[in-house]
Design a protein around this ligand. Structure first.
Ligand code: ADE
Length: 230
């Protein structure tokens, strides 16, 4: 049967998945732990990638090569960029862009990866629909939109304004677009789910500390529902 890869960056983002798994086998590759087992009737590999794009990329490629996963779902928290998003709301990725890719001195657009056809990596439409259904059933507010990723914690109004106006982002985090690029290059369907832990502004560090567990658990509920629908 098909194996589904489930990734979070931090402990809070995967702890409920790990707690619900059965028949678990542990594996370690490149220092990252992978728990293979069953949950909600699906065979899955759950892992904590660590923070940032390099960790996320390595983890995703390992899931593909070592476990032959057929889909990837990322679950976690993000800073809200779209002005109508509140803490606790969910963003489901349409496409993912690396906002810190900046080769503008050579005439490339911000976020554009030079000499490459695609820089905005599209999520799987089937997984997006399942996420939408899940949010409807659970009455959790959802916004579909662009997930922006970079190796930076965003914590200023000016940055948020720029990310919204120039890159049309819905939320900002540190892994999604790396997962997306690896999936795209390997032809593996993916979706990024993010609960809003903060608004990426001057209060972001305080809100992040306060709301990460809650926002992670919101995102987890969507994963649970998607796995039950698959
Ligand atoms: N993850 C959660 N909040 C974030 C922020 N403000 N910037 C980057 N990643 C985040």
């Amino acid at each position: 049967t098909a194996t589904i890869g489930l990734i979070g960056a931090m402990k809070e983002e995967i702890e409920l998945l790990l707690a619900g798994m059965e028949n678990v086998n542990q594996h370690t590759y490149a220092g990252i732990h992978y728990a293979e087992g069953d949950i909600y009737g699906q065979h899955v590999v759950v892992c904590k990638s660590g923070v940032g794009k390099v960790n996320a990329a390595i983890t995703t490629q390992m899931l593909i090569e070592k476990f032959g996963i057929s889909k990837v779902i990322f679950t976690g928290v993000a800073g809200a960029v779209h002005p109508e998003l509140d803490i606790g709301n969910i963003v489901v990725s349409t496409t993912c862009i690396q906002h810190d890719m900046d080769v503008t001195p050579l005439g490339f657009k911000r976020g554009e990866i030079p000499y490459q056809e695609v820089s905005a990596f599209p999520a799987d439409s089937g997984l997006i629909s399942l996420a939408e259904k899940a949010c409807e059933q659970l009455a959790i507010p959802l916004r579909k939109g662009i997930v922006l990723s970079g190796d930076q914690f965003i914590a200023s109004k000016e940055s948020v304004k720029w990310l919204y106006e120039e890159l049309e982002g819905a939320c900002v985090e540190m892994e999604g677009a790396a997962v997306a690029q690896v999936c795209y290059m390997n032809n593996v369907p993916f979706v990024i789910l993010r609960g809003m832990s903060d608004k990426a502004d001057g209060s972001a560090h305080v809100n992040f500390a306060e709301f990460t567990v809650k926002a992670s658990h919101q995102s987890h509920k969507i994963v649970e529902s998607i796995l039950l629908q698959l």
